[in-house]
Design a protein around this ligand. Sequence first.
Ligand code: CDP
Length: 238
Amino acid sequence: MLGSGGLPVEPNPCRVTSGSDPSLHHAIAIDGPAASGKSTLAKRLAGKLGLIMVNSGAMYRAITWKTLREGIDPHDAAGVVAMLDRISIRCGDDGIGSTITIDGVDPGEQLRGEEVNANVSAVAAIPGVRRKLIGLQRGYLDRSSIVMEGRDIGSVVFPETPFKIYVDAAEHVRAARRGDEGQVDSIARRDALDSARATAPLVVAPGAVVLDTTDLDIDAAVDAAVAILRRQGFPVPD
Ligand code: CDP
C-alpha cells in the first residue's frame, strides 16, 4: 500500500476501531523544529478541544532507545530495520495523550535522555523506520480526533488535513527553553539533520500557518493557535 508522500505503509498493529465514524475525525498537525514549544502547545490545544494529543517524536525516540539498548549502531539502517521485525511496538493512549511500549516496557523519562537526544535524528532518517511509524501514527485517527505533533505531520502523515500549524521560535530562545528543562540536547545539530534528510524532512507543509513563539508565552501561543485553527475552519467551541 502506498501512503501519501509515496511512502509504502505497513499494516497497523495498533489500529483500534471505535464506535465513531473515522471519516468524521479531524487531525490537527503541529510541526516545527526542536524545542519550539510544539509539545506544550499541542497538549494545551488538545485539552481545550477535548482531543487526544499524539507525540510522534516519542515514537522515534522509543525506537532509538531500543536501538541503543540492543547495542545496534543507530547509523546501521539494515540493523535497525531488522530489529523492527523482532520487537513488539504497542501504541495507544491514556485518554489524554499517546503512550508507547516496546516489548512491554515503557521507556518513560529515558526517552528524553542525552543518548537518545544525540541519536534520534539518525534513526528517524531511516526510511524503514518512518514507514513503520507513519502507519502507527495514521492509526490514531481511526480511533478519534487528534492533535499530533512532529516534523512531517502536515507534509507526509496527514497532508490532506486543512488544520496545520508550523511552530517556530528563534534558536537562542529554543536552546534556552531546552536548558530550562534540564536537558543536554544539541538542537541546532538535530534541526540540521532533520531538515537535510532525504525522507520526510522538516518543512513548512503546504497550507501550514507559521506561528512564531519567540516573544509569546504559552497562553498567548495557545490563543494565537486557536485563532489560526478557526481561520482554517476548525470547529473551536466558544
Ligand atoms: O521535543 P523535540 O522537538 O526536541 O523533539 P521530538 O518531537 O521529541 O522529536 C525528536 C526527533 O524525532 C526529531 O529531532 C526528529 O529527528 C524525529 N522526528 C521525526 O523525524 N518526525 C516526527 N514526526 C517527529 C520526530
